[in-house]
Design a protein around this ligand. Structure first.
Ligand code: B12
Length: 258
């Protein structure tokens, strides 16, 4: 395979200049700025310029530094599961459901655990949608239930099971101490107990979620920042068609789990 060495781009191609930011638990002072400089040097960076230092709160200072790294990586060696979408438009997708599934596709979504952030799951499910895309509630051939935030995993699964849902959409926004991963794992355990794992399509989404992480945690797919409702609608419909034996894997999505 041909090597494709890459380095960060600052002012010029391959100059290896990056911007980093961090907080140190010391009050803002010249000594604090020097500490930031030393810290960057100890991390192995050269040409360190501490560009900004601001009081974050009592005894904490936030820094932005420009630094140089000699590290380069071979882009050709990078291998990661990725969903590549061959999407149908709103009208075509609704038509496909009507003709091939011949019933509404049922989805349940919630922000689970202690997480109160609803904007992400609302963006996918609510009628008005997101970024000019209709939400799933707007699709005549979808029946979407949005249970809101702080929903216990078991409750979400129970409600979805009652309606024989096709898919469950789990949103996790707070990531402090990896609570999103713990909660996602707990969800999968509940799903296994309830017998819906690998029977319903289980999707994980949120600002720190990607497809790779979601697969590792036992979900069918992961959706991160910038996801549009139509991405999700397409994924779910093709999963339903596959479960019905009406479509081969990878017909509309490359990178689906085997
Ligand atoms: C709005 C907001 C709030 C609102 C939430 C209101 C509401 N009804 O949702 C309020 C004020 C209540 C709030 C509270 C808190 N917040 Co807050 N909040 C935010 C803020 C500013 C925006 C989040 C947002 O709405 N994004 C917009 C949506 C559209 O983006 P999204 O969630 O990424 O969703 C997209 C994708 O990820 C994806 N997606 C998301 N979910 C799903 C699910 C599925 C299935 C799929 C397919 C896709 C998908 O699709 C969406 C559309 O593309 C962020 C900072 C920021 N700028 O991001 C902090 C932020 C998320 N909050 C934060 C924190 C810490 C809190 C609090 C804990 C603060 C506190 N100490 O009390 C509390 C939470 C308490 C709790 N128990 O959860 C931190 C989280 C830090 C971390 N690493 O975890 C952030 C990052 C702020 C920060 N920089 O510190 N918050």
């Amino acid at each position: 395979m041909t090597k494709q060495l890459i380095r960060p781009y600052g002012d010029r191609r391959d100059d290896g200049v990056i911007q980093i930011s961090f907080t140190l638990p010391v009050p803002l002072s010249e000594k604090a700025k020097e500490a930031a400089q030393v810290f960057c040097t100890k991390m192995g960076f050269t040409d360190v310029k501490v560009a900004a230092a601001e009081r974050a709160s009592d005894n904490y200072t936030f820094f932005i530094a420009y630094v140089h790294t000699a590290v380069a990586i071979d882009y050709a060696e990078i291998d990661v599961p990725e969903l590549v979408i061959k999407k149908l438009g709103y009208t075509e997708l609704n038509k496909l459901i009507e003709e091939k599934i011949a019933r509404k596709v049922v989805v349940f979504g919630a922000c689970t655990g202690t997480d109160t952030h609803t904007v992400g799951i609302d963006a996918i499910l609510n009628m008005k949608g997101f970024a000019g895309d209709y939400g799933l509630e707007r699709y005549p051939w979808f029946e979407a239930f949005n249970l809101g935030s702080q929903v216990p995993n078991a409750e979400l699964i129970r409600r979805a099971k009652e309606k024989s849902a096709d898919a469950i959409l789990v949103s996790q926004v707070v990531t402090q101490r990896d609570v999103h991963k713990d909660n996602a794992r707990a969800f999968i355990e509940e799903a296994k107990k309830a017998g819906v794992h690998q029977k319903m399509t289980l999707l994980l989404g949120g600002p720190r979620v990607d497809h790779k992480l979601a697969l590792e945690l036992g979900f069918d797919a992961g959706f991160g920042p910038g996801t549009r409702p139509s991405d999700v609608a397409n994924f779910v419909v093709h999963q339903v068609l596959q479960r019905m034996g009406k479509e081969d894997r990878g017909t509309h999505w490359e990178g689906e789990p085997q």
